[in-house]
Write a protein that binds this ligand. Structure first.
Ligand SMILES: C[S@@+](CC[C@H](N)C(=O)[O-])C[C@H]1O[C@@H](n2cnc3c(N)ncnc32)[C@H](O)[C@@H]1O
Length: 216
């Protein structure tokens, strides 16, 4: 549960999310078994809708883990599309590759191993959609580079925008996350809200998802 929406609403949303499948469910089960912070299924469904709505052909993801969100997005790409995803842990990247093959998206999904702060300078745009889900301390430092990699009208999406509610000062009695990560997310949300290059909002879905359209 995300701790953002009431449990009954979450259950309802899960019930109307009909796009799950056995491969995605197996990847999610493995992620939960190992306590990996993968996106909520409804966030995955949102990503798939966005990739489809944009007619996206090129997608970039920061933070692969074992490939759960990447599979959601890759499934919406055309056969000649590209999903590039960065992961600094080689074992996780290797597992993501296996999961891409299981999900039938190995032809479009590619994982690059290394530090996203370095890798963002090794790739060239334009991308139609970029999904930030790596180190929260990097969200804001990467913003300028990611906007430069995004096509005008493209979408910059970030997970954990609400951070179990901890971005709201005083809302959570005993915070779970290190304060510097929470502060980084607060700063990122604030920056997006005031940055003239984008039109943005935060959705209270999953753990909170921020969406920012790069203005033409
Ligand atoms: C929240 S998980 C990603 C979950 C994935 N997007 C999903 O929903 O299936 C974050 C991942 O980012 C990776 N990561 C953290 N900092 C990174 C960095 N600087 N460069 C590349 N990957 C990083 C972590 O190893 C972790 O696997």
């Amino acid at each position: 549960m995300s701790q953002i929406l009431p449990e009954a609403i979450e259950r309802y949303l899960a019930g109307v999310n009909r796009r799950r499948d056995p491969v995605l469910d197996a990847i999610a089960a493995e992620g939960h078994r190992r306590d990996l912070p993968i996106v909520h299924p409804e966030t995955g469904a949102l990503l798939q809708v966005l990739v489809t709505a944009l007619g996206a052909r090129r997608v970039l993801e920061i933070g692969t883990a074992i490939g759960y969100s990447a599979v959601w997005m890759a499934r919406a790409l055309p056969p000649d599309g590209l999903l590039l995803t960065f992961e600094r842990e080689p074992d996780r990247a290797a597992e993501a590759r296996v999961n891409f093959a299981r999900a039938g998206v190995a032809d479009v999904a590619n994982v690059m191993v290394g530090d996203a702060a370095r890798l963002v300078w090794k790739v060239s745009g334009p991308f139609d959609l970029i999904f930030q889900d790596g180190d929260k301390l990097l969200y804001e430092p990467l913003l300028d580079r990611l906007l430069a990699l995004l096509r005008p009208g493209g979408l910059l999406v970030a997970d954990n925008a609400l951070w179990r509610g901890e971005v709201v000062a005083g809302y959570v009695e005993r915070p779970h996350y290190p304060r510097e990560q929470t502060e980084a997310l607060v700063a990122y949300n604030q920056r997006l809200a005031t940055d003239a290059r984008v039109l943005s909002l935060v959705l209270p879905l999953g753990d909170g998802v921020s969406l920012a359209v790069r203005r033409p």
